[in-house]
Design a protein around this ligand. Structure first.
Ligand code: AOF
Ligand code: ZN
Length: 343
């Protein structure tokens, strides 16, 4: 299974919205073939592993270790579970049951009905954290990311962007985007920071969708950096738009009551499994007030802003404190990154 997990990892960032999956085929204590799901829409891991056998006859009476329950449905490819039956696999060891309701339990049922010996280990959930979360909770996994001063401020209160973190933290925060299916900011952040919200150091197969929550989309300035790049932009706006000249990258979604809960429902319907919320203070406060900040990534700069600085999470009430668990602390030059998970 460790080899199947290692193979699965090769697919990371290439398979969205599918999971990463790895598989190995073993017979007489010998590793005969390894495979993984390379890219969205391509062969599943099990079929990829079978394709690496010298002879398909070698599959007869062999054991397959696969990180996810073999599929049972006709999607972009035919069902893997049926193929494993056809080629005579004798035993299947599964890392985790598939949470996708189209498959969940049905793949295992197909194998068992063909008298294949099936074992489910429940040890590979961490390979597809957002994928699992999405199907289990019917909403995307939300990560709140922000940089703050050592006294918890986003800026010095001057209304301008305050440079808080150094280069290593900047590069690190860029790379976070690579693993997210969507990024969300509010219109104040758009105006103050003028961000591109793109992944710049590599070219991802699936650049995250850039979502901006705005009051009136018609008031937006197309000369901002966001509109100069080609990845999709979804504008969630509270007022209908009369504008006709939207760039081709832009889609406008109108709802008078956009709030974290309705955004979650919307993204669930759209199949978005992970969302990175990049601020600002008010958006962060509304997501945490709704207890929708599943994970936090906080870059702390050793700068004390004091005085009129804007608290990192502020502008929306919350009565109960929310407990998080620190999962990692990382030194990034002069700054420190804290990773936290809601308990
Ligand atoms: C994968 N790769 O190796 C396995 C998957 O749209 P399709 O036909 O590619 O099917 C995607 C679903 O198939 C996915 O959500 C999961 O339930 C199942 N298994 N998917 O992309 C794989 N084994
Ligand atoms: Zn499959």
């Amino acid at each position: 299974m460790a080899k199947a997990i290692a193979a699965a990892r090769n697919g990371i960032t290439h398979t969205w919205t599918n999971p990463v999956v790895g598989a190995v085929i073993v017979k007489n204590n010998q590793l005969l073939a390894t495979g993984y799901h390379h890219r969205f829409g391509e062969m599943h891991a099990e079929i990829n592993a079978l394709s690496h056998l010298q002879n398909i006859e070698d599959a007869r009476d062999a054991t397959m270790y696969v990180t996810l329950e073999p599929c049972s449905h006709y999607g972009k490819t035919p069902p893997c579970a049926k193929r494993l039956v056809e080629v005579g696999i004798k035993r299947v060891v599964i890392g985790q049951q598939d949470p996708n309701p189209q498959v969940s339990g049905h793949g295992i049922a197909i194998l068992k009905a063909a008298n294949i010996d099936v074992t489910v280990l429940n040890i590979t959930d961490d390979l597809n954290v957002a994928y699992n979360f999405f199907y289990r909770h019917k909403r995307p996994l939300v990560t709140l990311k922000y940089a703050m001063s050592i006294d918890g401020k986003l800026n010095d209160g001057s209304g301008k962007r305050t440079l808080l973190t150094g280069k290593p933290a900047y590069h690190d925060s860029q790379n976070l985007r690579l693993h997210q299916q969507a990024i969300l900011i509010g219109e104040t952040t758009l105006a103050v920071d003028d961000p591109q919200l793109t992944v710049r150091e590599t070219t991802p197969d699936f650049p995250p969708i850039r979502i901006v929550l705005v009051n009136r989309a018609d008031d937006l300035d197309f000369s901002s950096a966001l509109f100069q790049t080609t990845t999709p932009i979804w504008l969630l706006t509270r007022h209908s738009t009369v504008r006709q000249d939207w760039p081709a990258t832009v889609k406008v979604f109108v709802d008078a009551h956009w709030k974290p809960e309705t955004i979650m429902e919307f993204l669930y319907q759209k199949g978005v499994q992970s969302l990175l919320v990049e601020g600002g203070a008010h958006i962060q406060a509304t997501f945490s007030a709704a207890d929708l900040a599943d994970r936090l990534i906080v870059y702390v700069s050793p700068l004390l802003l004091g005085g009129n600085g804007l608290p990192a999470v502020s502008g929306s009430g919350r009565t109960q404190p929310l407990a998080y668990r620190v999962t990692a602390t990382t030194a990034l030059g002069k700054d420190t990154r804290f990773d936290l998970r809601r308990q």
